[in-house]
Design a protein around this ligand. Structure first.
Ligand code: PLP
Length: 380
């Protein structure tokens, strides 16, 4: 089955009692048992829920994985993965990680004795140099936020394979399974903030994991139930519905993203556009190899590189809403230096190109002519 067919059909069956084509929202906390222990496989909704199971099977299929698990947020999913580590274990990750991931790593799990090393992961040799006998996990994010750096997943997997028992996890939120399937490149686990492209309509917060390893999946399902960060049936229904148009939405996100990247690159007041589709992007060749297309995320800086100028542009935009998050049908714009990356010292962010005027766009699926016109009138 190809991805568009999977998006619509994988994991979902007509409801056995009525034939309803849409998976019912099993809005129930518990299930009646005929006698103690005599039930139909469902006892309590933290542990089992049919709407959630349908979504989990669908997500596993989309990522070409055996097992899928959903959690109440992307960070809830990351939390579960980290709980499979033990004090003394080490994790290597990218140095331009999603802020919330950096926070849970350093503020929640470091105090429990897990060690994190952050390296520039667009250089697989940097990962190789950071490896020790205690390394258990390499945490990859690609493309990265907001600089749109590309990490070569297969090259990182090759580094991991030179050591015993080192696993590779990929946060696939920015690409979505439509653009990139890390399991096929050798990754051991894929994580999603379902909140973004998978949900796709800015109406749900949810996280997901997909993997093949039976024992690790069992441990993660145990944590899902034991720690309790499960996704509710209503949210699972909304995501099942959202995923049915994932491939169609992604196609348009990519088309619009490309058109806007090229439009901005020609704008006299724009300094630089960060989008992996450009030949000049340092990760372009790798993106071409491991992604189907370049996605709907991009960032740009202004020639007048002042925060006030970025603020002026952001507050003049009409169709791009100023908001956190990404991946919804509606276009969003943000200012990483004062929003998502405000906690990073200015010197440090300037070094990686995250300047005062950098604006990040999550390009939606509106008519691209309207989006270009909106950017033009706002930039002036
Ligand atoms: C949003 C996001 C997360 C966190 O997911 P939540 O659903 O907000 O908990 C993790 N990684 C990336 C890349 C994200 O964009």
């Amino acid at each position: 089955m190809k991805i568009g067919t999977k998006a619509i059909h994988a994991g979902v069956k007509p409801d056995p009692t009525t034939g309803a084509i849409m998976t019912p929202i099993y809005q129930t906390s518990t299930y009646v048992q005929a006698a103690p222990g005599e039930h139909q496989g469902f006892e309590y909704s933290r542990t089992q829920n049919p709407t959630r199971f349908a979504l989990q099977d669908n997500l596993a299929a989309l990522e070409n994985a055996k097992h899928g698990l959903v959690y109440s947020s992307g960070l809830g999913a990351i939390d579960a993965v980290m709980k499979t580590l033990r004090p003394g274990d080490e994790v290597i990750s990218t140095d331009d990680l999603y802020g919330g991931t950096y926070r849970i790593f350093t503020k929640i799990f470091e105090p429990y004795g897990i060690k994190f090393r952050f390296v520039p992961m667009d250089d697989p040799q940097a990962v190789s140099r950071a490896m020790t006998d205690a390394t258990k996990l390499i945490w990859v994010e690609t493309p990265t936020n907001p600089m749109m750096n590309i990490v070569d997943i297969r090259a990182i997997v090759d580094v991991a394979r030179q050591w015993n028992g080192v696993r590779v996890a990929v946060d696939n939120t920015f690409a979505s399974p439509y653009l990139q399937q890390p399991m096929d490149l050798g990754a051991d686990l894929v994580m999603h903030s379902v909140t973004k492209y998978l949900g796709g309509h800015s109406d749900v917060v949810m996280g997901a994991l997909a993997l093949n390893d039976d024992a690790w999946a069992e441990e993660l399902a145990f944590i899902q139930n034991a720690s309790g960060a499960v996704a509710g049936p209503q949210d699972c229904f909304l995501v099942l519905r959202g995923i049915k148009t994932l491939h169609v939405r992604m196609q348009r996100h990519c088309e619009n993203g490309a058109a806007i990247a090229q439009h901005l690159a020609r704008h006299p007041k724009v300094e630089k556009v960060y989008w992996p589709g450009f030949e000049s992007h340092p990760g372009h060749r790798i993106a071409e190899k491991q992604m189907k297309d370049y996605g709907g995320m991009l960032s740009f800086t202004l020639k007048d590189d002042r925060q006030e100028e970025a603020f002026r542009v952001l507050s003049s935009l009409k169709y791009f809403s100023l908001a956190e998050s990404l991946g919804g049908v509606e276009s969003l714009a943000g200012h990483p230096a004062s929003m998502t990356h405000a906690s990073i010292p200015r010197e440090h962010r300037l070094q990686v190109g995250l300047t005062d005027s950098l604006i990040r766009l999550s390009v939606g699926i509106e008519d691209v002519e309207d989006l270009c016109a909106d950017l033009d009138q706002a930039i002036g």
